[in-house]
Design a protein around this ligand. Structure first.
Ligand SMILES: Nc1ncnc2c1ncn2[C@@H]1O[C@H](COP(=O)(O)OP(=O)(O)OP(=O)(O)O)[C@@H](O)[C@H]1O
Ligand SMILES: [Mg+2]
Length: 482
C-alpha cells in the first residue's frame, strides 16, 4: 500500500517535470533550432551565390573594358593615349588592361609595373567548385594584392585581360555579403517564427494537453471523466492520444476489478468465518451419528463426516487465500479412480437418475498430485458439466458424464466429457478468466479459474478439446513432479 503510494507520487512528480520541461523547454528549443537550421541553409546557399556574384562583377568589368577599348582596336596604335588610358583604368578599376589575339598581346593601358599576381582567373573555363574556392580566397585576400582576370571578348575572338587590385572586388563582395546576411537573418527569423508556430500547434500544445491530463489523471485514476478525450487526428500524435485514452480506460477497468476483488475477498472472509462455526457444529452432530446402530446411517455417516471435514479444510484454505494465493500443492501418489468417485459422491452423481456417470479411469492408475486440489479441479469440471446438462433441454440424447485417464510417458492425461449443450460461444475465450466466463444466474465464474490455477501449480494445463451442441470435453495434463 505504502509502496503504491510512493510510486504514484513519483509518477505525479515525473509528469510535473515533463510538463515543465515541455512548457519552458521544448518551445524555446524548437524556436532556436529552427532559426539555426534556417541560418545553416542560408549559409549553404550563400557560398555558391558569392562565387556567382564575383564572376558577374568580373565579367561586367571585362565588358566595360571591351566597350572602351573596341574603338581603338582597329587603329594601329599600340597603346591608348595617356588620357584615354587613365579613363579606361579608372572605369574598369584596373592597373593594366590588355587584349590578346593569337599570340600577340596589346597593352591598352597601364599604370606602372604590375606586382606579383596572386590569382589568374579564367572566366571562360571556370568550374563551380574552382569559382567558390577562388572567390573565398579573394574574400579574405590582402587589399593590395593583385590578380589577373581574362575572358573571350563578345565582339571578337580576342581575349580581354585585366590586372586589378583585390580591394575593389573585396569591398563589393563584403557589401554583398552584408546585404545577404541581413536578408538571411530576416528570412530565418520569419521562417523560424512560422515553423515554430506550426510545430507549437501541431506538437507542443497536444503534448502539453497530454501531459497535464496524465498529471490530473494520476491523482485520481478512478475518475471516469478524466479519461483523455483524443482529437480526430490520424497522425502519430493522434495515435498516441488514442493509445493513452485506451490505456486509461483499461487501467480504470483493472482498478474496478481489483476493487471488486477486494470487496469480494472481504465478503468471502466474513462468510467463511461464520461458515466455519456452523461446520464445527455440523461436525459435532455427524460424529454423534456414527454411534447410531441404523445401517443406513452407518452407511452414509462416514461419507457425511468426510464431506464436512473437507468443507472445514476449505474454510481454512480460504483464510490462507486471503493471505496469499493457493497453498503450494502437497503432492503424493494417489489413485485417480478413487478421487473421481469421491467427486461423483459429493455431487450425487452415482445415485443420479438424470445423469449417467461413467468413471473409466483404470483402477490402478496413479497420479502424482495434491489429492485435495485434484479433487477440487475435477469437482469444478464435473459440477459445470452436471449443471450444463441439467439446465439444458437435450432431446433424444442420454445425459452422460464420463471421466477417462491414461498415462503417457510421465504425464497423466485426464478427459472430462459430457453430452451437454456445449460451452456458449461468447464465453469460450474467457472461460478460464476469473469472474468473466460465467453464464449462469448466481454463477461467480470462478470454477474454471480455480481449476486452471491449481493445475498450473502442478505444472499442468487444461484445454477445451471439443465443444459443440453434442457435448464438451476438457483435456487436462498433469506431469509427474520433476
Ligand atoms: N461442461 C460445460 N458445458 C457447457 N458450458 C460449460 C461447461 N463448463 C463450463 N461451462 C460454461 O463456462 C462458464 C464458466 O464456468 P465456471 O465454472 O468458471 O463458472 P460458473 O460455473 O458459472 O460459476 P462458479 O464459479 O459457481 O463455478 C459457465 O457459466 C458455463 O457457461
Ligand atoms: Mg462452475
Amino acid at each position: 500500500m505504502e509502496r503504491d503510494e510512493v510510486t504514484s507520487r513519483q509518477k505525479a512528480g515525473l509528469f510535473k517535470r515533463l510538463k515543465n520541461a515541455v512548457q519552458s523547454g521544448l518551445s524555446i528549443k524548437l524556436l532556436l533550432l529552427t532559426a539555426v537550421f534556417v541560418l545553416i541553409a542560408e549559409v549553404l546557399i550563400f557560398v555558391p551565390s558569392i562565387a556567382n556574384f564575383r564572376n558577374v562583377w568580373l565579367k561586367d568589368h571585362l565588358l566595360t573594358a571591351e566597350a572602351a577599348s573596341i574603338v581603338y582596336l582597329d587603329a594601329n596604335e599600340l597603346m591608348l593615349s595617356e588620357g584615354a588610358g587613365q579613363d579606361l583604368l579608372i572605369t574598369t578599376q584596373s592597373i593594366a588592361v590588355a587584349i590578346r589575339q593569337n599570340s600577340f598581346s596589346r597593352l591598352m593601358a597601364s599604370s606602372g609595373q604590375p606586382g606579383d599576381l596572386v590569382q589568374h582567373i579564367d572566366l571562360d573555363n571556370s568550374t563551380a567548385f574552382g569559382s567558390i574556392k577562388s572567390s573565398l580566397s579573394m574574400f579574405f585576400a590582402e587589399p593590395n594584392s593583385q590578380y589577373r582576370v581574362f575572358g573571350t571578348m563578345r565582339s571578337s575572338p580576342a581575349i580581354m585581360e585585366l590586372v586589378q587590385e583585390s580591394r575593389h572586388i573585396k569591398a563589393a563582395m563584403w557589401e554583398y555579403a552584408r546585404n545577404v546576411a541581413f536578408l538571411s537573418l530576416l528570412i530565418s527569423i520569419f521562417t523560424a517564427a512560422l515553423v515554430y508556430l506550426a510545430l507549437y500547434r501541431l506538437i507542443v500544445l497536444p503534448i502539453i494537453r497530454i501531459s497535464s491530463n496524465m498529471d490530473t489523471f494520476s491523482k485520481t485514476p478512478e475518475n471516469a471523466s478524466l479519461v483523455f478525450k483524443p482529437s480526430n487526428r490520424s497522425d502519430e500524435i493522434g495515435t498516441a492520444e488514442k493509445r493513452l485514452a485506451a490505456f486509461q480506460g483499461d487501467l480504470q477497468q483493472t482498478l474496478r476489478q481489483k476493487q471488486r476483488l477486494a470487496e469480494l475477498g472481504l465478503a468471502v472472509s466474513k462468510i467463511n468465518h461464520d461458515l466455519r462455526n456452523i461446520l464445527a457444529s455440523a461436525q459435532l452432530f455427524s460424529d454423534r451419528l456414527t454411534s447410531l446402530p441404523d445401517p443406513t446411517v452407518q452407511r452414509f455417516a462416514p461419507k457425511l463426516i468426510r464431506t464436512i471435514d473437507r468443507a472445514v479444510d476449505y474454510t481454512k484454505s480460504v483464510i490462507d487465500y486471503g493471505r496469499a494465493l493457493e497453498a503450494p500443492p502437497k503432492r503424493r501418489k494417489l489413485m485417480l479412480n478413487i478421487v473421481a468417485n469421491d467427486v461423483a459422491d459429493l455431487l450425487g452423481l452415482e445415485s443420479s437418475l438424470a445423469i449417467e456417470w461413467q468413471n473409466q479411469i483404470p483402477l490402478d492408475l496413479q497420479a502424482d498430485a495434491d489429492p485435495e486440489q485434484l479433487f477440487r479441479i475435477l469437482m469444478n469440471l464435473c459440477r459445470n458439466a452436471q449443471q450444463a446438462m441439467m439446465d439444458a433441454d437435450i432431446h433424444g440424447r442420454a445425459k452422460q458424464l464420463k471421466v477417462t485417464a491414461e498415462k503417457i510417458n510421465s504425464d497423466i492425461h485426464i478427459r472430462v466429457s459430457d453430452t451437454g449443450p456445449g460451452i456458449p460461444e461468447h464465453v469460450r475465450d474467457k472461460i478460464f478468466n476469473a469472474f468473466e466466463g460465467s453464464t449462469k444466474p448466481g454463477g461467480s465464474g470462478l470454477g474454471m479459474a480455480i481449476a486452471v490455477e491449481l493445475l498450473r501449480a502442478h505444472g499442468g494445463t487444461i484445454s477445451i478439446e471439443k465443444t459443440d451442441e453434442n457435448g464438451t470435453t476438457f483435456h487436462l495434463i498433469i506431469p509427474d513432479e520433476v
